[in-house]
Design a protein around this ligand. Structure first.
Ligand code: ADP
Ligand code: MG
Length: 533
């Protein structure tokens, strides 16, 4: 029997390091982030052989004391995270306290740092994770980290690195991204002793863009900013007429963190009305949101982030781009309401605590304030999702007295083409001689009476040509006609059921037509308006 053995500490460290440090560009990324976190005004990056042999990042930030520097190369030492609670609102780049230790474990690293130029600084030499020397040194305030011979102790990993040219392109991309996110910081890049870029601190993002990309590309871009209470989008985008097959830059930042986001990328294309592939617009997008809504802890390298409600993010970005480019079009009401499912706690109140306003709106308390719910729109949303998820296995609601309707020619033609689909959504029908249709069941939970059914059939010809989205369109129409109306009095139990089912929906904040369902007023806003704060 083979025995299970604990791996030696040193091996564990290297495995952990492998998650964060994949190649020279990852080292550069971590070191630049540390410099930014340390309040640097200038950052200089030097590489040799694409970073394989030599990487040095110097800053003029607040530096480290001797003890801090020693601790920083030990795993999980961080000055940026005090309690587990903080994980929810990370605003600095670092937080796991593993980057320096990970780099140290797989290279020959030296740190020179000083917190105050009037006093002595510290120099630490580390090799494969082991501290070899700690000494005093003379230097200005700030920190210089030098990383030599990356993966010297992991020959296979070192062998997997690509050509110098390729690795340096990746380094340059990282460098460029941070230079874009922080125009107010001066950045300098030197490769194999040759200056590549020198960017003076600037208060204009457009200026910085011009140094980093083709002047023509930048001049053809429009700048705009769109915000709502949850998200802000600011960015530069190709004019719709300028879009070419090849894009020089497509960069996305979330809270100034360069990220890869399929959701945002797709939303930008959607905003242009483009399918990814043939035409590729240049864009630089900065999204900002409260850090508590952004999960940056889903990937060791923090390049991927997750917004609390990705569907909302998509709609917001697509609509913002559409508007910003002056493309008008459908408006996404959710973008203005500032309410999103994930931002709302489940109502903690029982059915006894609801108010119905004007027989049309429901007032309910939630964790951080109160919400006003449009009862018709809410029920529409509930029915819509129910119809789409229950297709085929819908539980129809039998009618005591089936309705008989006389249809006109276009209505009947439309009806015939979709009657099987209606049945799958819980609306069972039969046709009789001529154009008479008998409706035997309606989808459960819907309020479809004779008048509503009449309206439903009148609109059928309009949607029956929608081949691709016929289910969706039918569900929208049934939901619209079958939802409780404004002006209808509801009992507390009905209100309770409606609100609970709404919060169980995937997208409770807007109805199938895109109008808002919920408006949220926070306690903070009430307090402000009553002059309490
Ligand atoms: P993290 O950034 O997640 O805290 P790191 O391993 O990257 O972890 O860094 C560990 C600690 O070392 C940081 O929390 C910070 O206190 C210190 N540090 C690292 N780089 C610098 C720097 N350039 N200037 C000042 N302090 C630094
Ligand atoms: Mg860090």
């Amino acid at each position: 029997m083979p025995r299970v053995r604990l791996l030696p500490e040193e091996v564990v460290r290297r495995i952990a390091a492998g998650e964060v440090i994949l190649r020279p560009a990852s080292v550069v990324k971590e070191l630049i982030e540390n410099s930014i976190d340390a309040g640097a005004g200038r950052i200089k990056v030097e590489i040799k052989a694409g970073g394989k042999n030599f990487i040095r990042v110097s800053d003029d930030g607040w530096g480290m004391s001797r003890d801090d520097a020693r601790l920083a190369v030990a795993r999980y030492a961080t000055s940026k995270l005090a309690a587990v609670d903080d994980l929810a609102k990370i605003s600095t780049y670092g937080f796991r306290g593993e980057a320096l230790a990970a780099i140290a474990a797989v290279s020959r690293m030296s740190i020179e740092t000083n917190t105050d130029e009037n006093g002595p600084g510290t120099r630490i030499e580390v090799e494969g994770g082991e501290i070899k020397e700690i000494a005093e040194t003379v230097r200005a305030r700030g920190t210089t980290v030098t990383v030599r011979m990356l993966f010297f102790n992991l020959p296979v990993r070192r062998g997997f690195l690509k050509s110098e040219g390729y690795e340096s392109r990746l380094v340059i991309e990282v460098f460029r991204n941070y230079a874009l996110a922080f125009p107010e910081i001066g950045f300098e890049l030197i490769s194999d002793d040759r200056p590549v870029l020198k960017l003076l601190p600037s208060d204009s993002l457009r200026e910085r863009l011009k140094y980093l990309f083709e002047k023509k590309t930048v001049e053809g871009m429009v700048e705009f900013k769109v915000d709502n209470p949850l998200l802000t989008l600011h960015g530069f985008f190709d004019e719709p007429g300028q879009v070419k097959g090849y894009a020089e830059v497509q960069a996305v930042f979330f809270n100034r963190r360069p990220v890869r986001s399929q959701v945002v990328n797709r939303a930008v294309y959607e905003g242009y009305g483009l399918l990814p592939g043939s035409s590729n617009p240049n864009f630089v997008v900065f999204l900002t949101t409260d850090p508590c809504r952004l999960d940056v802890n889903i990937h060791p390298t923090k390049q991927e982030v997750r917004f609390a409600d990705e569907r909302y993010l998509f709609d917001f970005v697509a609509e913002a781009v559409r508007k910003g480019l002056g493309r008008g079009g459908v408006s996404f009401a959710g973008a203005e309401t500032g309410v999103s499912q994930a931002m709302l706690a489940m109502p903690e109140t029982g059915p006894g605590d609801f108010w119905q306003l004007h027989n049309s709106y429901i007032l309910a308390e939630v964790a951080s304030g109160y919400v006003i719910i449009d009862q018709h729109a809410a029920h529409e949303r509930i029915l819509f999702e129910q119809l789409l998820t229950e297709q085929k296995k819908a539980k129809p609601q039998g009618l005591l007295f089936p309705f008989t309707l006389e249809l006109n020619a276009p209505e009947f033609e439309a009806y015939e083409s979709i009657c099987d689909k209606l049945a799958r959504m819980g609306m069972e029908t039969k046709s009789f001689s001529g154009r008479t249709v008998v409706i035997e069941t309606v989808p459960s939970g819907s309020f479809l009476g004779r008048d509503e059914l009449r309206e439903f059939f009148a609109e059928l010809p309009r949607i029956s040509s929608e081949r691709a989205n016929i289910f969706q369109e039918l569900a929208k129409l049934i939901a619209c006609k079958g939802a409780v109306k404004a002006g209808q009095r509801l009992s507390r139990e009905e209100m309770g059921a409606l609100v609970n089912r709404l919060f169980a929906c995937q997208e409770p904040y807007f109805c199938p037509h895109g109008r808002p369902v919920i408006i949220k007023i926070t306690l903070a806003e009430l307090e402000r308006r009553f002059g309490r704060i």
